[in-house]
Design a protein around this ligand. Structure first.
Ligand SMILES: CC(C)(COP(=O)(O)OP(=O)(O)OC[C@H]1O[C@@H](n2cnc3c(N)ncnc32)[C@H](O)[C@@H]1OP(=O)(O)O)[C@@H](O)C(=O)NCCC(=O)NCCS
Length: 144
């Protein structure tokens, strides 16, 4: 595995990001509007190896759209750890996520399952809560 760099996504990278998310059937709703919240993991050759975003709702972060080009190389963990550290520095209080595919992945970062109605009110305004993610999605939260 070549070394990767984590940096903010550029607007022109939207189509590559969307293609990666779509390849895993992850919802695009509201994502392009939040392109400024996306980070990309870039390999030495400049290719996008992974993406993830944290949308801010007051002092709550909504972690979404975590996807990697090649699974099992630590890129997901590098991205998630980077976003958690940044959220801490920015003074966010909690990070919430919805997932239908990776509920067993996130506990290693400290996320715990919660009931949908117990998610902080601020994130209920997000496109993900408003319908992009199915009502059956697992909701998870990390206290920072
Ligand atoms: C989930 C995902 C981001 C993890 O990134 P990654 O770079 O593959 O994972 P890492 O290399 O950091 O970690 C690998 C470990 O995570 C586990 N893992 C990977 N995906 C997992 C998943 N969907 N559910 C549970 N565990 C998972 C692997 O089994 C491996 O476990 P080990 O450490 O015990 O061997 C990546 O697999 C992915 O893009 N999945 C498809 C999109 C998706 O479901 N995203 C989550 C949306 S909320």
């Amino acid at each position: 595995m070549t070394s990767i760099t984590i940096r903010p996504a550029e607007v022109e990278e939207w189509s590559a990001i969307a293609a990666l998310l779509t390849s895993y059937d992850l919802p695009l709703d509201g994502a392009q509007k939040h392109i400024a919240d996306f980070m990309v993991a870039v390999g030495e050759n400049g290719d996008i190896e992974g993406v993830a975003a944290i949308e801010r709702y007051q002092q709550i972060g909504l972690l979404r759209s975590v996807a990697v080009a090649s699974q099992g190389n630590g890129v997901g963990a590098t991205l998630v750890n980077h976003l958690i550290a940044t959220a801490r520095k920015q003074g966010l209080r909690q990070i919430v996520l919805l997932t239908t595919t990776a509920a067993d992945y996130f506990p290693r970062f400290g996320f715990r399952r919660i009931e949908r109605q117990d998610a902080p009110a601020a994130v209920h305004a997000s496109a993900e809560f408003q319908g992009a993610c199915p009502a059956s999605a697992t909701v998870m939260m990390l206290d920072l």
